[in-house]
Design a protein around this ligand. Structure first.
Ligand code: OGA
Ligand code: MN
Length: 206
């Protein structure tokens, strides 16, 4: 596990993002996808909102995903194991780069065919607690013809524009990036696109 965690550290320190293939192994992806689909079949997912608190709004023109927040108390063993692994990653990041992340939060997300999430930052206007965004994909056999790439907009050195880095949502792959700095978007998908998205946070969630 430490080798995978180390990839996260070097990526974040060198480039502000990391792509870790095989963060989850095939068996973990399979079990989590099964739990995901069970919860989806029970209609546990709701349309995601943008913004925070009273200002939050549902705007399908901006994002079209449906989400389900994972709570350890109601989680299946595979989901608890996933959260534990993320907590281990958080400890590792604190020990190796003093990131000061204390809490994490995760939701399942599904983007049905035709949906997307327009370019955005993951921090709220009045709340900078989110330090790192962490997205782990649960998809089976994903290719460029399926769409649904995450695009990271990477600033070039010295105000020289930006690079649009497209990354396919391949099962078991985890993408991490700095929540307050890297703008990103999800391109329209042609199939149900499944992920566990979350944030490592600076302070306790109130
Ligand atoms: C988000 C997000 C990216 C992805 O939920 O804020 O940007 O690849 N997700 O699902
Ligand atoms: Mn985002």
């Amino acid at each position: 596990m430490e080798e995978l965690f180390e990839l996260a550290v070097t990526g974040i320190l060198d480039r502000g993002y990391a792509v870790i293939d095989g963060f989850l192994n095939d068996a973990e992806v399979l079990t989590l996808r099964k739990r995901f689909l069970e919860r989806r079949a029970k209609d546990a997912f709701s349309p995601a909102a943008i913004g925070q608190g009273e200002e939050s709004q549902r705007v399908a023109a901006i994002r079209g995903d449906l989400i389900y927040w994972l709570e350890k108390e109601e989680a299946f063993p595979a989901e608890v194991a996933f959260i534990n692994k993320m907590e281990d990653l958080m400890d590792y990041l604190n020990r190796t780069c003093y990131l000061g992340v204390r809490e994490c939060e995760f939701h399942y997300a599904v983007y049905p065919p035709g949906t997307f999430y327009k370019r955005h930052l993951d921090q709220f206007q009045k709340d900078d607690a989110r330090v790192l965004s962490v997205v782990t994909y649960l998809n089976e056999e994903w290719g460029t013809e399926d769409g649904g790439e995450i695009v990271l907009y990477l600033p070039k050195e010295g105000d020289q524009g930006e690079i649009a880095q497209k990354i396919l949502p391949i099962g078991g792959r985890t993408v991490l990036f700095e929540s307050g700095r890297l703008e990103h978007e999800v391109l329209p998908t042609t199939r149900d696109r499944m992920s566990i998205t979350g944030w490592l946070r600076r302070e306790k969630i109130l």
